[in-house]
Ligand binder design. Structure first.
Ligand code: F6P
Length: 364
């Protein structure tokens, strides 16, 4: 047997742990394994490396991906040189399929978020034996209880909140920490709870300026002349839209969010006597070594994916549910995002320790 593996979309701590687990497991079974360079770009351009044990030894601790990745390589609407451009995308899927066949592969393992998994499913529908592995720091895939990378992002965000408490308290300031997470508020919610954030703003609970101001003023009345506001990049006002930072042409998910915290800082500067400062965590949340939990989870996903190849469970994605590794259909997995429910236990938990969600309707 010979199998191919690729990592697509944004990088995320734990990708290398999956590549290692799949490769070691495949090599142990006597299979050959090749890793395509830069996600689906490598499949279109037939650029890959043969993975041997020494290539994947010692990589479990490394962030990023040794294979490289791309969030612009959509083989069905290819915009990358030399085949296409942003103005004239080309369908390069036939070339990708031809490369798969030319390399005499028995299966392709695609590790990615919803964008890459949709592409994986399109190839499955065109006859390729594809298996998906979910990755995203956003933890927004409904078909799995958790994705690797999320815990590592939480570590970074919680650490940042802990550190920012020092200046907030000493200077009597409002420190606004902006997290990633796209359309889901998981990173802001969990890091906000873990770091003791005073106000948490997430996309699923639209905020009201006056309710944020009230929360800050209520804290001042209690003698707490500082506040930590944890804001998800997708947070939006009750009568408004999310803040779009830029649009990346050619990306399967072109919208990039970011900058909502500056709007909140500007508003607070007008309404309260405390000075506001903004820290946008950005790609720090995707960087560095994966946590122990993410290494463990990613290893489990990799072993599961290799087992799925052996059992010919194509068109399916490895998933982790109720502390068991299992599998689900890729097309079911990408149908719906997992978002925070405003009535969930976690929100109640936070409200019960005094956290405001910038919306007086959220009372726990
Ligand atoms: O999906 C992961 C993620 O990091 C999101 O949280 C964020 O909105 C987006 O990717 C950023 O994308 P890029 O790396 O292209 O700026």
């Amino acid at each position: 047997m010979k199998i191919g593996i690729l990592t697509g979309g944004g990088d995320c701590p734990g990708l290398n742990a999956v590549v290692r687990a799949v490769s070691k497991s495949a090599l142990k079974k006597g299979w050959e394994i090749i890793g395509f360079r830069d996600g689906f770009k490598g499949l279109v351009e037939n650029k890959f490396i043969k993975l041997k044990d020494r290539d994947v030894s010692g990589i479990i601790i490394k962030g990023g991906t040794i294979l490289g990745t791309s969030n612009k390589a959509n083989p069905f609407e290819y915009t990358l040189a030399p085949f296409g451009s942003a103005k004239s995308p080309r369908d390069m899927s036939a070339k990708a399929i031809a490369n798969f066949r030319k390399n005499k592969l028995s299966a392709l393992i695609a590790i990615g978020g919803d964008g890459s998994l949709i592409l994986a499913d399109k190839f499955y529908k065109k006859g390729l034996p594809v298996i998906g592995v979910p990755k995203t720091i956003d933890n927004d895939l409904a078909a799995t209880d958790i994705t690797f990378g999320f815990d590592s992002a939480l570590r970074v965000a919680t650490d940042a909140i802990d550190k920012l408490h020092t200046t907030a308290e000493s200077h009597h300031r409002i420190l606004i920490v902006e997290t990633m997470g796209r359309y889901a508020g998981w990173i802001a919610l969990r890091a906000g709870i873990a770091g003791g954030g005073d106000i948490i703003l997430i996309p699923e609970v639209p905020y009201k300026d006056e309710d944020i101001v009230k929360a800050v003023k209520d804290r001042c009345k209690q003698g707490k002349n500082f506040s930590i506001v944890v804001v998800a990049e997708g947070a939006k006002p009750a009568k408004g839209k999310m803040t779009v930072k830029k649009v990346v042409e050619g990306s399967p998910e072109p919208i990039r969010l970011g900058g909502v915290s500056y709007k909140i800082a500007e508003m607070l500067d007008k309404e309260v006597h405390l000075e506001s400062r903004v820290v946008v965590l950005g790609h720090l949340q995707r960087g560095g070594r994966p946590t122990a939990f993410d290494r463990w989870l990613a290893t489990g996903f990799g072993i599961k994916a290799a087992e799925m190849v052996e059992n010919k469970k194509f068109g399916r994605m490895a998933s982790f549910k109720k502390f068991q590794f299992t599998d689900v259909k890729i097309n079911e997995a990408v149908k719906k995002l997992k978002r925070v429910s405003p009535n969930c236990q976690e929100i109640k938990m936070a409200v019960n320790v005094g956290t405001s969600f910038g919306n007086r309707k959220i009372t726990g």
